[in-house]
Ligand binder design. Sequence first.
Ligand SMILES: C[S@@+](CC[C@H](N)C(=O)[O-])C[C@H]1O[C@@H](n2cnc3c(N)ncnc32)[C@H](O)[C@@H]1O
Length: 319
Amino acid sequence: MSVTTESLNGRAYLAFEDKLPFLLDELQNRFEINSSDLQVYGNLVYTEKHLESYPYWCSTVLLKPVVLTFQSVNDAANALKQIQRNWASYQYVLFRRAALIQEKLPYINIKPKKFPFEIPQKPIGIWTLLDEHKLLFSAETSNYLPCGNLEFVEDHENPPSRAYLKLQNALVLFNSFFGRMPKAGDVCFDAGACPGGWTWVLLQRGCSVFAVDRAELAPALMTNPKVTFLKHDAFTLKPADLQDFDWIFSDVICYPERLLGWVKMWIAQNVKADMICTIKMQGETDWKLIEEFERLPDSRVIHLSYNKHELTWMHRGNK
Ligand SMILES: C[S@@+](CC[C@H](N)C(=O)[O-])C[C@H]1O[C@@H](n2cnc3c(N)ncnc32)[C@H](O)[C@@H]1O
């Protein structure tokens, strides 16, 4: 086998599908990296510049990238196998040759998952062909999901909107970070609930839901005995006037500042609920504001595979 390797000093960041422009914008404007210091390979962005944290718009980070030069498909596959078992493939060129290499690697399950799904806590590497005889790999990545992506088996009949996938995605990640999932008997506040995808997921989990929106939910949800619907501005309701919640959710379309003020109000009132809220990104991103969400206690900000031009803030309540 004739292979050579060269370890690189920087890291490579894989953008979520269709989110490369957002990742490049984040690297340049949040992390203040010049475009001349960024090398782009498909959706992968390599830089030698040090980043204090992982960019939101990247699904996984190639933490220790190495360039492998090889002759044959067998050489490439054998070299990767000798390093570790699990390898995910991200490709932007030479798809046929890449498929031949991946076929020779141990099987990894990249089929859509059935919710609820627990992310296996097993390291997974990633590799990408650069040309016919060169590939970039990293055995260490920042995410245990293959290429950092999560895809669910879809239910085309029951949920009232596709937004249910976003909440399923958020709950799987919340559980992997904080070890909690809504359970039977939990009481949930769903702000901006119409037409009811998130409410539907919570009902499937056995929860009861206080759903607030200016518009009504889908008819089957409006008549569900476990749903209490209120036509109201969700942001003007006061915790003191409401029941106690185990979970608080918001998918309201609003400016991030308004959401930040709202979630700070709940935390300041010492509410113990776990919280998951969509931050809708509009216009130019105010990175300082987004980082403020992250600095709230027991909080994380992430982009989900099922988010659009959105980030998701998660907070583990003090239950
Ligand atoms: C993206 S949709 C929510 C989709 C929903 N999560 C689902 O799963 O079907 C956003 C919703 O926020 C609602 N909304 C916007 N401003 C609101 C406010 N201040 N209070 C309550 N709902 C609001 C809109 O009426 C809209 O139905």
